[in-house]
Structures are given as structure tokens and as C-alpha cells.
Design a protein around this ligand. Structure first.
Ligand code: SF4
Length: 491
């Protein structure tokens, strides 16, 4: 008997893996869900092999999860999509193949993909609708009301409004603990005894053999270490496990050591960081459930988890994450061209190998190649700081960050890298450049102890390169920076 055709096609991207989305609230045999591995998503910049594998495996598991709920799903592997030039060509062909009269997609979080969906050339008889992903807490429709393109915005006032709006860590109209922000208590460094307490990270053992074969067969280029088994969560069950692990083992010290770095230790890459960004950015977890789970841990484990720890975490998810996503949308595509310092240098070759005698740079790059991850202070104050001080082109920096990190999706990467880390937007995100000499790195880590260079020396043969680079940067950009009150003292 001939199979009944579908009426509508629902297209899903690799970062739209939300099983709780309203699309899946009821099972309807007239709907066909399609999720596809795409060559274009492996090639828009050179990416880490673990990032590609994590997305492909998560997509496969997501398709299985939908089928288990009774939905009709087509999961297309790279072998099945490689013949199509791009996403549009694939969609157009699948619409014809399945003779659907309605096509729905969730608005992508990246302008590149949004433009592709909006440029579809479909037969006029096919109804096309764009739906919200319902993932973010700050509505897309309000971005234009609250944010102005090309202007400076500060996270703090936005964050306070979000706290009030969602009643998170609030006592009526006042913040719990009497302060909105406990950032000053988030800057401790590790002592030797602290280092011995760092928990072993929860890692997973996901088999990537089949994905690797597909990548090889289709000539996908990548960087980074191919692990025996992928340590990242690739299903909602694993993502929830990681969230529980974070709340139990890391949250009690999350804020305290948020800016700290540790070197001679296998756990230096994970420390007390949540490593939930991939599960969040792929939407396997929702930001509200992450916040609520952490709040529940705080409520039930006080005083083991203090207000400074939970507030620091809530600020990242409810404040910073939502804030930079809004800045991305209000400023694109112009934001991608920002280059305040007119930085033009190429990224040094050792960013792809980790082979440098600077101990801090070696550690930050090596972690990135090894795990497709490096914590935020490595990204901001080591590699980001180096690129800022040496005048590496923001395009080069963006490409490296976007490709190497497991959570590298443009809406998150661009304002964090080009804005926060490189100050290429001239202060739209950050109130001053995050530039630092070896002194800061020496204060917040134990890297300098085993480095070929000396953090306290400035002009000798053995001087830490960050020192002269720092002063050169300030001197070279005096006109642009001296008037900023936050730089006044140093000038
Ligand atoms: Fe990094 Fe300088 Fe310290 Fe070496 S001495 S680890 S280059 S900050």
C-alpha cells in the first residue's frame, strides 16, 4: 500500500535539539521532522573534530528521541547530503521529494543560517513559516526595544532587570544577600591545598567511530585531538547528568575560583567550571531549567553553596548569555566588521599546535586542542589577551575561537571574542580592553613558576613577553584609550 504523504515538513538544525519545544507537544502523522548533517556546517571555519562529532552524535540521538515519542523523523547523514551544494538546495529537494505543502523552521540563532532560510526559492504553493526556538529567556521581539545598534550597553542593568522579571534570587524587589553582584568575591586564586580538592570532571564515553568514518569519507577537514571516546554530553540524559554533577561538585566553589587558573594538574582544564555551554547552546538544556536546578541546589545546600557562588552562576546564564545574544542580533551584520584598533596581523602558527615556550599560552592552547574547551579566563586573559596585545586581526581571532571550541556558535562567540576579548567594537560590550601584563597571569595562576620567561622582568632577554607587549599596546593606542576613566590610572 502506498504510504500517505506528509502535509508539512519541520526542519531542525544541529543546535535546535530541544525535546520540550512546542513542535513536539503532540504526535501528528502529517508532520515530517527532518534533521540533517551538513558539509557546510563542518566547513564555514576550520573546526575541532570533537565539536563536529558532538553535534552529529547529539543530532542522531535527538532523532532517536523524537522517534521514540512517536514522531515521524528523517535523519540524514553526511553521506546522504554531501551531493547538495548547500542547505537551501537540500531543503528544496526534500520538499519536492516528500510533496509537502507547508514548510516550518525555527529561527536560527546565527545570521548566516537565517539568511539561508529566508532566501529559499520555493514553489508559491508551499507555505513557509518561521517559528521561535523558545529557548532564550529574553524575547527576540524585545531586543529592538531594549538595545540600540552601534551603542554601548552594560550587562549589569540588563541583568538586574532580568532578575526582577523572573524573580530569581529576589526578596520582593530587593536582591537576596543585599547585593546584586558578588563579583568581588569571585576572584580567588588556588592555594596548594585548594588544588588538591578540585573534583575529577564528569566525562562521557561516546563512541565516535561511525562519525569519524563519515568525516573521512567526505573529506571534512578538522583540527584537534581525536579522542578514543567523546567526553562531551550528546543526549539530554547526559546533559542532565552533567548539570547534576555541576550542582553537586562544582557549584560550591564555582564563583570563588571563577577567574583562577591552575597548571601542573590534570584537572586544570575543567576546575569548577560547569562545561554546560555545549548542552545549552545545542538546546539540549534550557537556560531556565539550568538556573532552577542550580537554585534548588543552593536552597538545599546552604551554607555549603553561598550566595556568591549561586549569584555568580546565575549572572552567567540569566545575565551575560542573554545579554550577548541580544547584542549580537541588534548589531549584526555590522558587528562582524568592527576593528577598533585596526589590527591586521595573522594568528601565529602555534595557535594550531600549542608549541610555544610561554607556559600560560601553551597550557591554554593545548587544553583547547585536547578537549575543544578551555575555560573562560584562559580565553579572555591568556589567548585573547595575547591577540589583543599583538594586534591580531579580529577576523583571525574569531575564526579560531569559533572553530576550536565545543560551544562555538557565532551568536555566543562573536560578542565574547570581538567585543569582550578584543575590544574591536570600541567598547560596545566591555567598558575597557581586557589587557594585562604577566603580573596578572602570575597573580591568578601558577604558570609562571615553570615558564622559560620571568613574569617580573620587563626588558631583559628572559622578560615575560606579555610585559613589553602590554606597555606597547597602551602606548600605541594612547589616543583611543587614555580618555577612558578606567584606563586613566595606568596612563
Ligand atoms: Fe605566561 Fe609570562 Fe608567566 Fe610565562 S612568565 S607563564 S609567558 S605570564
Amino acid at each position: 500500500m502506498k504510504k500517505k504523504p506528509f502535509e508539512s515538513m519541520y526542519w531542525l538544525l544541529g543546535d535546535q535539539l530541544d525535546l520540550e519545544h512546542p513542535w513536539f507537544s503532540k504526535v501528528d502523522g502529517n508532520r515530517l521532522f527532518v534533521i540533517a548533517e551538513l558539509y557546510q556546517e563542518t566547513a564555514y571555519c576550520t573546526q575541532h573534530v570533537q565539536k563536529i562529532c558532538a553535534f552529529f552524535l547529539s543530532m542522531e540521538n535527538f532523532a532517536k528521541g523524537l522517534r521514540a515519542k512517536g514522531h515521524q523523523v528523517v535523519h540524514l547523514t553526511l553521506d546522504e547530503t554531501i551531493a547538495f551544494d548547500n542547505l537551501e538546495a537540500l531543503i528544496e529537494a526534500k520538499i519536492v521529494e516528500h510533496s509537502v505543502t507547508q514548510f516550518f523552521y525555527q529561527r536560527p540563532d546565527e545570521l548566516r543560517l537565517l539568511n539561508q532560510f529566508r532566501s529559499l526559492r520555493l514553489d508559491g504553493s508551499v507555505l513557509v513559516e518561521e517559528h521561535d526556538s523558545d529557548h532564550f529567556l529574553f524575547p527576540f521581539s524585545e531586543i529592538e526595544k531594549d538595545f540600540a545598534p552601534g551603542k554601548s550597553h552594560r550587562m549589569e542593568s540588563f541583568y538586574r532587570r532580568m532578575r526582577k522579571r523572573f524573580g530569581i534570587l529576589m526578596n520582593g524587589s530587593e536582591p537576596i544577600g543585599g547585593e546584586w553582584n558578588f563579583d568581588k568575591q569571585n576572584r580567588e586564586k588556588f592555594s596548594q591545598s585548594d588544588i588538591s580538592q578540585i573534583p575529577n570532571p564528569l566525562i562521557f564515553s561516546n563512541n565516535i567511530e561511525d562519525v569519524l568514518i563519515r568525516l573521512k569519507r567526505n573529506n571534512v577537514q578538522f583540527i584537534g585531538k581525536i579522542p578514543d571516546q567523546l567526553p562531551w554530553p550528546v543526549s539530554r540524559v547526559q546533559a542532565l547528568e552533567l548539570l547534576e554533577f555541576f550542582c553537586a561538585k562544582c557549584l560550591p566553589n564555582f564563583g570563588r575560583f571563577q577567574d583562577a587558573m591552575a597548571t601542573d594538574h590534570d584537572l586544570g582544564w575543567s576546575l569548577y567550571h560547569s562545561r554546560l555551554s555545549f548542552a545549552l547552546n545545542s538546546k539540549m538544556l534550557s537556560p531556565l531549567e539550568v538556573i532552577k536546578t542550580a537554585l534548588h541546589a543552593y536552597e538545599t545546600k546552604k551554607p555549603l553553596i553561598s550566595i556568591a557562588q549561586i549569584e555568580g552562576f546565575v549572572r552567567q546564564v540569566l545575565g551575560w548569555r542573554e545579554f550577548i545574544r541580544a547584542l549580537y542580533w541588534i548589531n549584526m551584520p555590522a558587528y562582524k566588521e568592527k576593528n577598533y584598533f585596526k589590527a591586521e596581523r595573522k594568528l601565529p602558527g602555534f595557535f594550531w599546535t600549542g608549541e610555544t615556550k610561554m607556559a600560560c599560552m601553551h597550557r591554554a592552547i593545548d587544553d583547547s586542542l585536547q578537549y575543544s574547551y578551555s575555560h573562560h579566563i584562559h580565553r579572555l586573559m591568556i589567548t585573547g589577551n595575547f591577540c589583543l596585545l599583538t594586534g591580531v586581526s579580529p577576523d583571525e581571532v574569531d575564526n579560531w575561537y569559533l572553530g576550536i571550541y565545543i560551544d562555538g556558535i557565532e551568536w555566543a562567540e562573536l560578542p565574547n571574542t570581538r567585543g569582550m576579548s578584543q575590544y574591536a567594537d570600541g567598547g560596545m560590550v566591555a567598558s575597557k580592553p581586557y589587557s594585562a601584563s604577566g603580573n596578572y597571569i602570575s597573580k591568578m595562576s601558577d604558570y609562571c613558576k615553570n615558564c622559560r620567561y620571568k613574569a617580573k622582568e620587563v626588558t631583559t632577554e628572559e622578560a615575560c613577553p606579555f610585559n613589553s607587549l602590554y606597555w606597547r599596546f597602551l602606548e600605541a593606542n594612547k589616543e583611543k584609550l587614555a580618555k577612558n576613566p578606567r584606563n586613566a590610572l595606568v596612563y
